[in-house]
Design a protein around this ligand. Structure first.
Ligand code: ATP
Length: 283
């Protein structure tokens, strides 16, 4: 967990190999085959960016991850950081719209950190705050948007050398829950070359995610998540983690030594009723 360049990074986290989490955060991530394929592709490129440069093959500049909240977009970036062991600059779109420093200065700063530490990655969550159609029209945010465009384009005059030399070998990854709100200029190829939708987990993935988030917890013998799979349709990974945690809280409150199937079902019932707008009063 070697930290470096923090003086420059200021409020942006830049770490090698571990992006802002404890080891257990990477215990397991359940993502579809296409997501792992992209992860592999990016890692292979970053191990030897010069080979693409020599063959004059332009590689991916930007990657856009989209999909509902809590499905693992940030987890994807963290996993890539951990697996690649490469410098990673993490930021969130909201950070560029507040604080004293201008958004454009912050954009220039994260790209400069990434270039100095190339080959490296930049991850910006909630990119719609910067590159949404509305952001571009807002005079206060326009300069942030323009700085991002300029940084992604690099120095056009020196495309050949600059873009593919090691000093420029960084990949910009961003995530949003609202891809349709993004400015069309931002998502065009050359800026965003890969788009990946990370959707809600299917039945099999939900069972696996349940396994991931119940590891280390005391589960009673009767716990069988397969039996609950139809009750978790539409649940994200984050929802399943929350379900297991809530069931744990419920079991402790009831004085049980282990989380039982009933604890989980009770939480599901409560969530269902809450979802229907029914206010529950304590018995
Ligand atoms: P948001 O759009 O709200 O930022 P996100 O897609 O980035 O959401 P994450 O922050 O990656 O979602 O997920 C939140 C937490 O939910 C993760 O830290 C993890 O504990 C759990 N989780 C989400 N998706 C998965 C998954 N596919 N496999 C395992 N755990 C998951």
């Amino acid at each position: 967990n070697q930290l470096f360049d923090m003086a420059y990074a200021e409020n942006f986290i830049l770490r090698i190999g571990d992006a802002g989490g404890t080891k257990s955060m990477f215990k397991e991530v359940v993502l579809g085959g296409d997501v792992w394929d992209l992860l592999d592709e990016l890692m292979i490129y970053m191990r030897n960016p010069m080979q693409y440069y020599e063959k004059e093959v332009p590689f991916v500049r930007g990657v856009l991850l989209s999909g509902p909240p809590g499905t693992g977009k940030t987890l994807f970036a963290r996993t890539l950081a951990k697996k690649s062991g490469m410098p990673f600059v993490f930021a969130s779109g909201a950070e560029f719209t507040d604080g004293e420093k201008s958004g454009a200065a912050k954009i220039n700063e994260i790209f400069s950190i990434a270039r100095r530490n190339a080959p490296s990655f930049i991850f910006v969550d909630e990119i719609d705050a910067i590159a949404g159609r509305h952001a571009r029209k807002d005079p206060r945010r326009r300069s942030t948007f323009q700085a991002l465009m300029a940084q992604l384009d690099g120095d056009k005059e020196k495309v050949g050398v600059d873009r593919f030399s090691l000093g420029q070998a960084f990949i910009f990854i961003c995530a949003t829950n609202r891809p349709d709100e993004l400015d069309i200029e931002f998502v065009r190829p050359g800026r965003i070359d890969r788009r990946l939708y990370i959707g809600l987990p299917d039945a099999k993935q939900r069972i696996q995610i349940f396994g991931v988030h119940s590891t280390g917890k005391q589960l009673a013998e009767d716990v069988d998540f397969e039996k609950l799979v139809f009750r978790t349709v539409g649940y994200s990974g984050a929802d399943i983690r929350n379900l297991v945690n809530e069931a744990g809280i419920m079991s402790v409150r009831k004085g049980h030594s282990k989380i039982s199937q009933k604890d989980i079902v009770d939480v599901l019932d409560k969530q269902l009723l809450e979802g229907m707008g029914v206010l529950l009063t304590e018995e």
